[in-house]
Ligand binder design. Sequence first.
Ligand SMILES: *[C@@H]1O[C@H](CO)[C@@H](O)[C@H](O)[C@H]1NC(C)=O
Ligand SMILES: *[C@@H]1O[C@H](CO)[C@@H](O)[C@H](O)[C@H]1NC(C)=O
Ligand SMILES: *[C@@H]1O[C@H](CO)[C@@H](O)[C@H](O)[C@H]1NC(C)=O
Ligand SMILES: *[C@@H]1O[C@H](CO)[C@@H](O)[C@H](O)[C@H]1NC(C)=O
Ligand SMILES: *[C@@H]1O[C@H](CO)[C@@H](O)[C@H](O)[C@H]1NC(C)=O
Ligand SMILES: *[C@@H]1O[C@H](CO)[C@@H](O)[C@H](O)[C@H]1NC(C)=O
Length: 585
Amino acid sequence: MHKTLKTLLIVFILDILFLSFIYTVLYSIFKTIHKPSIWKLTIIHTNDVHSRYDQINEAATDCSSKQFEQKQCYGGIARHKTVIDKLRKENKNSLLLDGGDQFQGTLFFTYYNAIGNHEFDKGPETLAAHHSRLNMPIVCANINTTLNPLLGANIKPYHIFKEYNLGVIGYITDTTGGISNAGPTLEFYDPIPIVQQYVNELRSMGIKRILTVSHNGYGPDKELAANTYGVAVHIGGHSHTLLSNDTTSNDYHLASGPYPTIVKNAIGEDTLIVQAFWAGKYIGHLDVSFDKNGKVVNYSGAPILIDQSIPQDPEIADLVKQWREPFDQYTKTVVGRANEPFDQSSCQRNECTMGNLVLDSFLWSQRKISKVNAAFLNSGGIRAGLMKGNITREDIITILPFSNSLVILDMSGQNITDLLESATGRWKNIISGKRVTSFIQLSGIRFKYNSSKPVFKRVLEVNIQNSDTEIFEPLDLKKNYKIITVDFVANTGDGLLPYPIQDLIPLDSPDVVLTNNIQDKKVVSPYLDGRIQDVAHITIHSTLSPHEPIHFGYFDDDKLSDNVEIKMKGDIKPGRQIVIKIDGL
Ligand SMILES: *[C@@H]1O[C@H](CO)[C@@H](O)[C@H](O)[C@H]1NC(C)=O
Ligand SMILES: *[C@@H]1O[C@H](CO)[C@@H](O)[C@H](O)[C@H]1NC(C)=O
Ligand SMILES: *[C@@H]1O[C@H](CO)[C@@H](O)[C@H](O)[C@H]1NC(C)=O
Ligand SMILES: *[C@@H]1O[C@H](CO)[C@@H](O)[C@H](O)[C@H]1NC(C)=O
Ligand SMILES: *[C@@H]1O[C@H](CO)[C@@H](O)[C@H](O)[C@H]1NC(C)=O
Ligand SMILES: *[C@@H]1O[C@H](CO)[C@@H](O)[C@H](O)[C@H]1NC(C)=O
């Protein structure tokens, strides 16, 4: 097998070996020893690929053949190989570094992860056999694996590339324990003092060219860069950050800073930070020249957009196709059973049974690892209901098709009230004025509102679960709460939140969480428990005719936020169905 093809395979095998544990990994091709006074290195870097082995579309989901025709496909490891091969060929000294989170996000992970579990079940001998095939060091300095020697055997604080006289220190967010299933045997520490400790150790060994590869997020990377010294370049990940100087790029509005971002370190010297978005849409490329003291004297480079102008390596493309084949079978797998149908059609108006199941599963999954108060989701994120009977993986993906990640927000009681006013106002955000395009579903919050009242004055009574006791308590406007939602909503999707929230840590994807919850329950039954209650008295002005539908006129979409009053005279006999049709909706 071709050498670089093997590299890509290795990354993949690694993915299937490690469970839901975030790691930092790096790989290098060793080249000839070369030590002039100015030494040039090509850094090729990726991060947060989230198992996008195949090409993706603008939304980071599978690219359809139509999108391919319209040249709207990006990324995919077959294109990555083309780019990486080219950069390696053109540059004498190169390192390929990955800032972690290769896994999680698509069926490639969900499906092959099952195999990974199975491999673990077979015990350390099988694992060891796999590891002997990996020729890529994994570095992470701020993890304590004493209680997990199996994992510890494969992780070290740094790796020295002797041929380059260069050291790479790895570190990870110290919140990993709280956001993944790392389990009780692993401990994570504040990386700042630890990175400095290992920089000093490397320098005392005569290694002056030092890089870090991290899975810590852009904000925390800047903090670490400012509070340490002796590191030339920090290669990051975790926050899915695009850094770019290219104002002509279509993605420029997504950039959080320049590429590279320059930070003054603890002794006032410049240190460089890079990151390359996520999902494999970009490959980072930074050329750096070092002086004999390991300081960067000049640099050049930019993230490379992996679009359809880059040919796919045919061998890898074929491999990806083969990996895909078993999904067909996989999507038909039964994960549980629905006792009765779950309704999604009312999720944009009221509490709905599909919404309750989805949101309760969010809370259920995160409460296993951290203390959270509640969860909410835009109703538009729930795309289908469930039929009575077997539930397959395909059903779950149809209900929650977006490749979002759960995130945990800090929200004050006032923020939560603003959210509920914005959602029940069904018009615009109370703070930002941005159009609100979805109602919400929630769990861990129960509230009443009066839809007869003017917009932004509707929310009456809000109760929220105490994260320790899980008892519902009145919302305290001044208190801070831990609230689960998805990254889309946190980014002001559907206008529910006023401002985008930066540097959030992406957790599991909603479909995985719902699947786990249904597998855990085996059989699910729909229920409504009054968590969202409109207390408005609905009265309708019309003579009821037993045979004819009642027509109440038309409402312009834009005026829906105005109070629509429907009054009804006379008795409504139990069992008499009233159909209210609002045309144009
Ligand atoms: C790592 O964990 C072990 C076991 O809990 C503990 O004894 C040791 O002190 C820890 N190491 C550090 C550096 O904290
Ligand atoms: C730095 O400058 C030198 C001299 O102009 C040049 O040869 C080298 O390629 C530059 N290095 C980078 C990383 O751009
Ligand atoms: C990108 O812009 C920043 C800020 O202006 C600058 O420091 C950096 O050198 C630029 N990047 C490159 C590769 O020139
Ligand atoms: C439901 O799934 C179970 C388990 O896979 C299977 O035995 C059963 O035949 C399925 N029922 C229907 C109606 O498909
Ligand atoms: C909470 O309110 C503050 C002040 O209006 C605002 O800056 C912040 O973005 C809000 N946070 C959320 C999550 O809505
Ligand atoms: C709802 O608001 C309307 C209009 O202000 C008011 O007349 C009605 O009494 C309120 N209903 C309840 C149950 O508070």
